[in-house]
Design a protein around this ligand. Structure first.
Ligand SMILES: *Cc1c(COP(=O)(O)O)cnc(C)c1O
Length: 475
């Protein structure tokens, strides 16, 4: 049974079961929860998994990470989560061939048209189950500039014991993203439109999380991208993508992944560590190229938020990749002391450099390669892909396809991960193709539906007062 330790050493003598880390953010020592050891696939396991449908595959993968929910119950929870009604088809994450040797893995067919649904829909059901058993309630507080907030709201709407308070910068999301969130009528969803920019929303959430007595009194929690259950849920579609295109079990397959917080591609790394024969993980960044710089040079230098560019693949506009610490934990031989030293150095000096250290050979052996894609690359890739194949891709997928094609190995199949549908990013599609992207029927007239939200100033005390008034009975 897989138990969990912190990347900075906590729980090393007392590894935690899955449900104990599910509702937590950072570990008490500031590190991230990581499996004590990755569950390795036994001989024959890949052959057994290859013909499985998504739900069977999800159970085969997730039961190796979740040891403290009875199998029958986990099975039922997975069956309730990954349905054709929620994800558009029985395949859940279908694979299509784009051109010779290049495939698209469609992981963005969930309710909000972005891949975060894959993990958050599961998280909603896991939260409901764990809270009910422990007779607890949770008030999820988060900040969003678009995709994460809507995915979290669609996952938690109507769930017993959970309320969501989602802060967003008033008037700064796209009309589609705004309407997607603000049109939800569920009483457990609270949209707080903050008079400020995204960073101010984020700072308010940090202030609330930093107020230990408020946090305890109102049972405040988060669903941010460091949540381990999100990573585990994402491991499943790497198996699905692999089996869909591998010419034979054991042959390598490369994946190209548009990367922001390093959550998606970390799941690929975990799949590889479990024994899935992934060849290379091709990491694509946009103009915010901190991770490309690391994989090319060994230098990790996160930028300040003021130096973060606002781009046309906005979900990758991240200065500090919150999941990167889990990868570095593996690279340094899972020695928490080295992780602590590196993160101290990060605080003191603003970065670290692994190129001249013995760890660099582990980075090279991990199969990561990287590249950067710019706005001009996105537009050219969307246009060329449409002209050649008739397929319209979103700007994030375009980043992955651009870098993936540059790095492709002619004899290894490439799976490029589609992380959002183009309907979410109409302005960029219009710039590239001169016409609007198709929109799924469920979102027809989205912008004209009634909207429900509360306008608040960028003031943590005012937000706390709102939460206190709507958080149910304090504990
Ligand atoms: C969140 C997101 C990404 C980045 O994924 P990470 O897991 O943060 O690396 C890429 N594309 C889209 C559309 C997203 O919503």
């Amino acid at each position: 049974m897989t138990s969990y330790v912190s990347t900075r050493g906590e729980w090393a003598r007392d590894p935690q079961p899955f449900c104990a880390i599910l509702l937590e953010g950072l570990a008490p020592d500031g590190g991230l929860a990581a499996p004590e050891a990755y569950p390795r696939l036994q001989p024959g396991a890949l052959e057994a998994m290859a013909p499985m449908g998504y739900r069977d595959l999800a159970f085969a993968v997730l039961s190796r990470f979740i040891g403290d929910i009875p199998h029958a119950e986990l099975r039922a929870l997975i069956d309730r989560t990954y349905t054709a009604a929620t994800f558009g088809s029985e395949a859940i994450t279908p694979v299509t061939r784009l051109e010779a040797g290049v495939h698209l893995l469609h992981i963005s067919n969930g309710p909000t048209l972005a891949f975060k649904d894959i993990a958050l829909q599961l998280l909603g059901n896991l939260f409901e189950r764990v809270l009910a058993r422990e007779h607890r309630e949770l008030n999820v507080v988060g900040a969003t500039s678009g995709d994460t907030g809507s995915s979290a709201e669609y996952a938690m709407r109507g769930k017993r014991g959970v309320r969501v308070f989602m802060l967003s910068p008033d008037g700064r999301m796209s009309p589609f993203q705004t309407a997607q969130m603000f049109s939800l009528a569920d009483p457990n969803i609270h949209n707080l439109a903050i008079d400020g920019v995204f960073d101010e929303c984020q700072d308010i959430v940090k202030a609330i999380s930093g107020d230990a007595s408020f946090k305890r009194r109102y049972a405040i929690g988060t669903v941010n991208s460091i949540n381990w259950a999100r990573v585990a849920a994402q491991v499943v579609y790497y198996f699905k993508g692999y089996f869909a295109v591998a010419p034979s079990i054991g042959a390598p397959v490369d994946f190209a992944v548009p990367t922001g917080n390093f959550g998606n591609i970390l799941a690929g790394h975990v799949a590889k560590e479990m024994g899935l024969p992934i060849g290379r993980l091709i990491l694509a960044t946009n103009e915010n190229d901190v991770l490309d710089e690391f994989f090319r040079t060994g230098r990790y230098r996160p930028r300040a938020s003021a130096e973060t560019h606002a781009t046309s693949s906005p979900s990758m506009d991240i200065s500090k990749a919150s999941n990167f610490e889990r990868y570095i934990f593996d690279i340094v031989g899972r020695d928490p002391e080295i992780v602590r030293d590196l993160w101290h150095q990060l605080e003191r000096e603003g970065g670290f450099d692994l190129s001249e250290t013995p760890h660099w050979t582990n980075v090279e052996a991990s199969g990561f390669v990287s590249g950067t894609s710019t706005h001009a690359d996105r537009i050219a890739t969307i246009r060329a892909t449409f002209e050649r194949t008739g397929v319209v891709i979103d700007p994030h997928t375009a980043d992955a396809l651009k870098v993936g094609r540059d790095r492709a190995d002619p004899v290894v199949p490439l799976v490029c991960i589609e992380t959002a549908l183009p309907a979410k990013f109409a302005a960029t599609i219009r710039e590239a193709l001169g016409c609007d992207p198709a929109r799924p029927a469920i979102y027809a007239n989205l912008e004209s539906r009634p909207q429900r939200f509360e306008r608040l100033p960028a003031d943590a005390e005012r937000v706390k007062a709102y939460i206190a008034a709507h958080a149910g009975s304090p504990v």
